[in-house]
Design a protein around this ligand. Structure first.
Ligand SMILES: [Mn+2]
Length: 466
């Protein structure tokens, strides 16, 4: 018999909404998981990737991780893990550091036996390396085997890789596939294998509405997967349909019905009535003790494109014009930092410098390709300009794959607009501009909180740019 906690997508170091409190929340959630593991005396904690939000966590984040791992180690609970796309570095991984300290085991092609189960690991595999991919596993002689990996798998939303394509390449039969990447917890059966996402342990996006938690997986002839909830930061979601003649007063009234103390308040306004200025509602929520408030008037987004831009809306005018230019992800990210983001003016210079350095280091030509500006085609001129830039980085581009440089993200926390794969674009969240190019090389984060399994419509939207 083997009983483990299956967790992942911890995203330590993420300063969501640019609030230090949020950063502490991610560590707190990780600590809760470890404390539960000790209390419940499970045989191991299995981590399916994205322990860190960023491949360059701060010393503080690393110290935080170490202290939780030490709790597990002191209690004799092994920590078995793989590398996710967010934290992937080109060569040595953070996980290797923890392993060298005796605080973690990096799962791979050799079975790690815990009780009656052999655990294997597969780090995030970029899309470019999936064609002809083969698992090369050492055999095991345990009762069960489980594969731990990070990526978007079928049959779940935004799945882009059929687990059977992996199963077919190895003689090892898996009782369970323990997954990370999709932040939405879900379990299904594929052939004879249980396939399960444990979900993130703190919301990395306002699209992650369900209670956060982790899985407890028991291998005992059969596989049993159960959910456990975590005590996370309060999020108050207010979805409002305004009637004729209703406006900001009605929104304030509805928001005021909730206990907002220390909560993240996410308001979406739809329906008829008057336009609602987000700032007026946000101020109201903050006055009532909210930690963060984000208000979206969905009627504005819906009308985008057909709306006349007046001189009263210079930001809208600029936004439309920038969109028409079909700028590359790289250019948009820089523009966002300079013009739109919450980066303090005094820091813009440094942040842009970091972003450019990251882009050069990543050497991913896709970042410099112009995007389709809505209905129209990118003009030849723009495409050529993008080519010229991508040549400059070609020399490095073949080194980026091991950094997980694919523009693949639907785990609710790093949509790449140009990819459009699963980008629901949640306008309630702001781009994480103080976290330049932080996502395992998958590109500048113009929509840090954008991807949304629930809201995903397959379209890159401009909402996240706001
Ligand atoms: Mn993740």
């Amino acid at each position: 018999m083997t009983r483990v906690i299956h967790t992942g997508d911890t995203h330590l170091g993420y300063r969501q909404y640019h609030r230090p409190e949020r950063k502490r929340d991610y560590l707190d959630a990780f600590r809760q998981v470890a404390d539960d593991a000790v209390t419940e005396d499970v045989d191991a904690v299995v981590h399916a990737g994205d322990l860190f939000h960023d491949r360059r966590p701060t010393l503080d984040d690393i110290m935080g991780a170490l202290s939780v791992l030490r709790t597990l180690d002191d209690a004799g609970v092994p920590f078995l893990a793989v590398v996710g796309n967010h934290e992937a570095k080109r060569e040595g991984q953070w996980l290797d550091l923890f392993e060298s300290l005796g605080l973690a085991t990096r799962l791979g092609s050799e079975p790690v036996e815990v009780g009656s189960t052999a655990f294997y690991g597969l780090d995030f595999v970029p899309r470019s390396k999936r064609e002809g991919f083969e698992l090369d596993l050492e055999p095991h002689d345990s009762d069960h085997a489980a594969l731990v990996t990070h990526g978007l798998f079928e049959p779940f939303d935004f799945g882009e890789w059929d687990p059977r394509d992996i199963f077919a390449t190895t003689d090892v039969e898996f009782a369970a596939l323990l997954l990370g990447d999709n932040h939405h917890a879900e379990t299904a059966q594929v052939d004879d294998t249980w396939v399960t996402y444990c979900g993130s342990t703190e919301r990395t996006s306002a699209a992650e509405r369900d209670e956060r938690g982790y899985n407890v997986v028991e291998f005992n002839g059969e596989v049993d997967v159960r959910r456990r909830g975590l005590d996370t930061r309060e999020f108050v979601f207010v979805d409002l349909e305004l009637g004729e003649g209703e406006g900001v007063e009605r929104v304030r009234q509805r928001v005021g019905e909730y206990d907002l103390d220390d909560a993240v308040v996410v308001v979406a306004v739809d329906g008829e009535g008057e336009p609602v200025t987000p700032a007026a509602v946000e101020e109201f929520a903050l006055d009532r003790g909210a930690l963060v408030a984000r208000v979206t008037d969905r009627r504005e987004t819906a009308e985008e494109g057909e709306r006349e831009v007046s001189f009263g809306d210079p930001d809208d005018a600029v936004r439309e014009r920038v969109r028409d230019l079909g700028l590359s992800d790289a250019a948009r990210s820089l523009d966002e930092t300079v013009r739109a983001s919450k980066v303090a003016d005094s820091n813009v210079d440094d942040v842009v410098q970091d972003q450019v350095a990251d882009l050069v280091e990543d050497g991913d030509p896709a970042q410099f390709e112009s995007v389709d500006p809505g209905e129209g085609e990118a003009t030849d001129g723009e495409a050529n300009a993008a080519d010229g830039e991508s040549n400059a980085t070609d020399g490095e581009s073949n080194t980026t794959d091991d950094g997980g440089s694919e523009a693949v993200e639907a785990d609710g926390d790093g949509a790449v607009a140009g990819n459009a794969a699963a980008d629901g674009g949640d306008p309630a969240d702001e781009p994480d501009a103080d976290d330049p190019g932080a996502d395992g090389g998958e590109g500048p984060d113009t929509g840090e909180d954008g991807a949304s399994p629930e809201d995903g419509d397959g379209q890159a939207t401009w909402g996240e740019y706001q």
